[in-house]
Design a protein around this ligand. Structure first.
Ligand code: GDP
Ligand code: MN
Length: 380
C-alpha cells in the first residue's frame, strides 16, 4: 500500500522526524484558508501516488493566500502521469540550502533492510546511482542485531557530510526512520529531498512510503488511510471480500486458481476472440465460501455476460471445487452462464458431480481453450 506524501509525513512526524507544518485541501478555497492559517509563503503540492510531481508542475510556491488559491486551481485536476490530482498539501515553504536523499527499503535479495544516503538529493535516485555511484552510500542493517548507532555514523561520514550540526541531526533522523520503517511494517521509506535550511536545520521535504499489504492487519490506523475513492469501487469491494481481483474492461468474467493460471485464463479468452472482464485468483480456497465470494465479486460487474471458471487441481481438489460451485449456486442467484474447466487432482470425479447435478446455465468443457471459446460465445 502506497501512502500519499501527507500521510507519510504524518507517520514521519509520529516518529520524531522533522517536517513542515501543513494542511490538506481539496478545493482552491480550502487551499487559501490553509495558507491563511499557516501564514507567510507556502508551497502547494499535488497529492498523487507518483513521483516527479515537481517537474510536472504539481509543486508550486505561493506568496500569499490568494496566490495559494490560484496555485491550487492550477494543480487540482492536473493529470500527472495518468494520476488526476484531487487534493493538494499546503505547507509552510522552506528555504533550501542543500538537498540530500535518505531512504530505507527492504532488500529482498539480502533479506535485510537497506539504507541509502547521498548528499546529491532532489533528483531521482536512479540518476545518482547511474551517474555518480560513489556518491551513494548503501548499508544493510541486520534485523536481528537491530539498529546500531554506527549505522547512522557510517552513512553520514560515508557521504561526506562535514557540518557537525548536520551530522547529529541526520544521524538521529536515520535512527527515527529505521524505527518508523520497522514499526510500520514498511517496504520503503524515502525522503527526497532531505533538506538543510540556510540556518542549518535538517528536515524531510517529501515522503514516499510503502507499507507491506500483508502486515496491514497489524496497523488498522494505516489501513484506514487507504484511499478507496482513488481505486475502482469493485476492486475495493473485492478487497473487503479478501479476493485478489483486478477489474478489466471486457465481458467474460474469470475465476482461476493461482495467479499464473488466472493470468493464462485472461490470455486464452483473448486468444478465443473475447475480452476478459477481470482477473481473479481464487487462491487456495476452492470451498463453497471461497467460490461464493469469488462469484459475488465477479457478478458485481454489470459488464459480465458469462463466467469462465478455470481450476487446476493440485493441493486444491477439483471435486471440492465442484461441490463449492454447486453450493454457491444454491446460495446465490446467478443470471449469467458459467463455463467450467476442471483438471488435475480428482477432475474425473468433479466432472461427474457437475454432470449429475446438471444445474441450468452451467457448461463443463474438457480443455482450457474449449472452455474459453464457449465462454466467449456465450458472452457475445
Ligand atoms: P517530487 O517532484 O514529486 O519528488 O516532489 P518534491 O516534494 O520532492 O518537490 C520537488 C521539488 O520542489 C523539491 O526537490 C524542491 O526543490 C521543491 N520544493 C518543494 N518544497 C519546497 C519548499 O518548501 N521550498 C522550496 N524552495 N522548494 C520546494
Ligand atoms: Mn521528491
Amino acid at each position: 500500500m502506497d501512502l500519499y506524501e501527507y500521510q507519510g509525513k504524518e507517520l514521519f512526524k509520529r516518529f520524531g522526524i522533522p517536517v513542515s507544518d501543513g494542511r490538506l485541501a481539496t478545493t482552491p478555497d480550502e487551499a487559501r484558508k490553509a495558507a491563511e492559517e499557516i501564514g507567510g509563503q507556502v508551497v502547494v503540492k499535488a497529492q498523487v501516488l507518483t513521483g516527479g510531481r515537481g517537474k510536472a508542475g504539481g509543486v508550486k510556491l505561493a506568496d500569499d493566500p490568494a496566490d495559494a488559491e490560484q496555485k491550487a486551481k492550477d494543480i487540482i485536476g492536473l493529470d500527472i502521469r495518468g494520476h488526476v490530482v484531487e487534493k493538494v498539501w499546503v505547507e509552510r515553504a522552506s528555504e533550501i540550502a542543500k538537498e540530500y536523499y535518505l531512504s530505507v527499503t527492504f532488500d529482498r535479495g539480502a533479506k535485510k533492510p537497506l539504507f541509502m544516503f547521498t548528499t546529491r538529493g532532489g533528483v531521482e535516485i536512479e540518476e545518482v546511482a547511474a551517474s555518480n555511484p560513489d556518491a551513494l552510500v548503501r548499508l544493510h542493517v541486520d534485523a536481528l542485531e537491530g539498529f546500531q548507532p554506527w549505522v547512522a555514523r557510517r552513512l553520514v561520514y560515508g557521504a561526506g557530510v562535514e557540518d557537525p550540526g548536520e551530522q547529529t541531526q541526520i544521524a538521529s533522523i536515520v535512527e527515527q526512520l529505521y524505527r518508523c520503517f520497522v514499526e510500520s511494517d514498511a517496504m520503503l521509506c524515502e525522503i527526497n529531498p532531505l533538506i538543510v535550511t540556510p540556518e542549518g536545520e535538517v528536515k524531510a521535504l517529501d515522503s514516499k512510503f510503502t507499507v507491506d499489504d500483508s502486515a496491514l492487519f497489524r496497523h488498522p490506523d494505516i489501513a484506514e488511510l487507504r484511499d478507496t475513492s482513488a481505486a475502482d469501487p469493485l476492486e475495493a469491494f473485492a478487497r473487503e471480500q479478501g479476493v485478489i481481483y483486478v477489474k478489466l474492461d471486457g465481458t467474460v468474467g474469470i475465476v482461476g486458481n493461482g495467479a499464473g493460471l488466472s493470468m493464462s485464463t485472461v490470455d486464452v479468452v483473448v486468444v478465443a476472440g473475447g475480452r476478459p472482464a477481470n482477473f481473479l485468483d481464487l487462491g487456495g480456497g476452492g470451498n463453497a465460501e471461497g467460490v461464493v465470494k469469488a462469484l459475488e465479486v465477479v457478478t458485481h460487474d454489470p459488464q459480465v455476460k458469462s463466467i469462465l471458471f478455470n481450476v487446476f487441481g493440485g493441493i486444491t481438489r477439483c471435486d471440492e471445487v465442484a461441490r463449492g460451485i454447486l453450493e454457491a449456486l444454491g446460495q446465490m442467484q446467478i443470471s449469467v452462464p458459467i463455463v467450467v474447466r476442471l483438471d488435475g487432482t480428482n477432475a474425473e470425479e468433479a466432472r461427474k458431480i457437475l454432470a449429475d447435478a446438471a444445474p441450468p446455465n452451467l457448461y463443463v468443457e474438457p480443455t482450457m481453450l474449449d472452455a474459453a471459446r464457449k465462454a466467449v460465445e456465450l458472452a457475445a
